[in-house]
Design a protein around this ligand. Sequence first.
Ligand code: NAX
Length: 328
Amino acid sequence: TRTPVNVTVTGAAGQIGYALLFRIASGQLLGPDVPVALRLLEIPQGLKAAEGTAMELDDCAFPLLRGIDISDDPNVAFEGANVALLVGARPRTKGMERGDLLEANGGIFKPQGKAINDHAADDIKVLVVGNPANTNALIAQAAAPDVPAERFTAMTRLDHNRALSQLAKKTGVQVSEIKKLTIWGNHSATQYPDVFHAEVAGKNAAEVVNDEQWLADTFIPTVAKRGAAIIEARGASSAASAANAAIDHVHTWVNGTDTGDWTSAGVVSDGSYGVPEGLISSFPVTAKDGRFEIVQGLDINEFSRTRIDTSVQELEEEREAVRGLGLI
Ligand code: NAX
């Protein structure tokens, strides 16, 4: 029998955690034949609720679930971790400046990065979900100098899936008929969902849509502001869809993308497409043999260029801010 894969989940008692853990334990993260051991990290106030979730996980009698450990110590929770989902973060509260938000999250992601550096397994793969996801990933990565930088990624798959769904509705096809959509930049309102290289049932998506006004005034803002629309409607932020995207991100990373398609993920920039090296920015990526690769050589038109630049500029400002705070 196979050794279980250790999956660490932070913020395990939160709403995304609750939507995520059962799917991991049922085999949807890594595959139907891969046993998993869960390692849950919470802050002390969250431990009791995490224990309750662990009881429910027990009660599912998942055949693939080989253990649940709960801790409030990152050094314990990341011990032997093969996959780490960093979901717990400090939310922005009323009146909080961006600098305060970055600093509060630095206090979470810097020690977690160090604990990953010191305790995780050699093949560790990290997905940061907690916002500001790209910059939190950068902070964790900077605190883990012994881990290859490309093992730290940030989640833009929810944005990608939102864009797929909106484009499918507009063009009247199934989501499975849409390929090569891209989210560029930051997981924030400046993100840029790009359809110019996408295909709808084999045809160029921008030509099928043939309506730049719709792209600029409806599609892009709908995707970028979807999180706020969910809060408005549901009275709580996206949880099941965020958990679903986290599952998709890791599943793709481990099992690869389909031939003739790609996905979107926040990965360390190698300087491609004018994105400064080292920033964790969303790109079109393929995955193979457990590695993401940035799709190269795409033509970027003027419409896309200005939007990518705006979002990347925001990432640079966030990087400058956390540098100023001594977090990287
Ligand atoms: P919740 O507030 O429901 O849960 C967060 C949990 O994290 C809490 O149980 C809290 O105790 C725990 N926590 C806080 N600090 C911790 C630490 N240092 N170590 C371990 N656990 C810690 O939030 P939830 O709705 O689950 O969202 C979690 C994060 O995901 C938020 O930062 C949110 O902004 C972010 N999101 C990111 C998305 C993305 O696409 N990248 C989309 C969904 C979501 O908004």
